[in-house]
Write a new protein. Structure first.
Length: 320
């Protein structure tokens, strides 16, 4: 099912490009625009994780309602955007950053959040991603002279498709060391006793989507602020998804030392210093909701060329 979804995403992306390729000549004929240009730049800003770990009061909530700002990390990136016109751009971007989640930051108030606090899990992961996206600037159609950009403020929307790599780590209760979690199969992924739990891939597709606003300091330099949410197709960014497994399965499939470590990291409620703990079959995560992450980006962009000087080969078609 996941493979079919990925295929559909790529088909939608290709279809969108084809539609735009047919629409662009008619738009240029209407507006008379002939300049195309490239914009290159860098981005820096905070990033955060949205998933099973951490959260706020009550049951787990989607998007920012369950955000833990104390765990905010940072993401840095670089991009190149081709804009055949002022109203649309095609961006290629790469980012590197970090995400983190921790049940220990939960402030217990006697509600459902207490169950997550007892769970006592944590994780961190590096994130490396690359994506292609369409930028849309709708207010360009309201401007008297779209090519006059000096000191203009333009809101925009972004949507695309990307690939990202992650590798979650958790702290070992025995010594506090950070340990890679996937090789431990903490929820029995890949074990024959749990045939519905396949090993998750560390490199996967995502759907970046967001909004931003761009301000032109000059004809060639701009500053932007954008927020981009990444929809993913995995619930294992934090290595937590389903239920606790029987610790005996670790000893059946892993070397002794690794099995002991897997047992410690798979169920940290046992090391929480309380009597209320979890056992095999108890809920560990919420498998119905995939994990996600987002970032705020402060972008500095420079237009590499516009008009006749750089864009003779990329201007809109001329009709006779």
């Amino acid at each position: 099912m996941k493979q079919n979804l990925h295929s559909s995403v790529w088909k939608c992306w290709v279809l969108s490009l084809l539609v735009l390729s047919f629409y662009l000549p008619s738009y240029c004929q209407y507006t008379g625009e002939s300049g195309a240009f490239y914009e290159a730049g860098i981005s820096l800003g905070p990033s955060n994780f949205l998933g099973d770990l951490g959260g706020t009061q009550g049951i787990g909530r989607p998007f920012l309602k369950d955000n833990n700002f104390p765990l905010t990390q940072f993401m840095i990136g670089a991009y190149l955007t081709y804009q055949p016109s002022e109203w649309i751009g095609f961006r290629l971007m790469g980012n590197y950053g970090h995400i983190q989640g921790d049940d220990g930051v939960i402030k217990g108030k006697g509600g459902e959040e207490e169950n997550r606090k007892v769970r006592n899990e944590n994780f961190k992961s590096d994130i490396a991603e690359a994506f292609i996206a369409v930028e849309l600037y709708p207010t360009v159609f309201l401007e008297y002279e779209p090519t006059d950009i000096f000191h203009k403020l333009r809101p925009y929307a972004v949507i695309g498709v990307g690939v990202f790599h992650f590798n979650p780590m958790g702290t070992d209760p025995l010594n506090g060391n950070w340990v890679y979690l996937r090789p431990l199969h903490t929820e029995g992924e890949g074990f024959p006793e749990y045939p519905d739990r396949k090993e998750y891939k560390l490199t996967q597709l995502n759907i970046p989507m967001g909004v931003g606003v761009k301000y032109f300091l000059s004809e060639s330099v701009s500053l932007s602020l954008e927020v981009i949410h990444r929809k993913t197709f995995t619930d294992y960014l934090d290595d937590v998804s389903k239920t606790y497994v029987d610790p005996a399965t670790f000893y059946a499939h892993l070397p002794l030392a690794q099995a002991q470590q897997a047992e410690r990291l798979a169920n940290k409620s046992l090391s929480n210093g309380i009597t209320n703990t979890y056992g095999p079959g108890d809920k560990r995560g919420t498998a119905t909701n995939n994990d996600a992450y987002y970032s705020f980006g402060f972008k500095l962009g420079i237009r590499l060329g516009s008009g006749n000087r750089w864009s003779n080969s990329t201007r809109c078609p001329v009709h006779f």
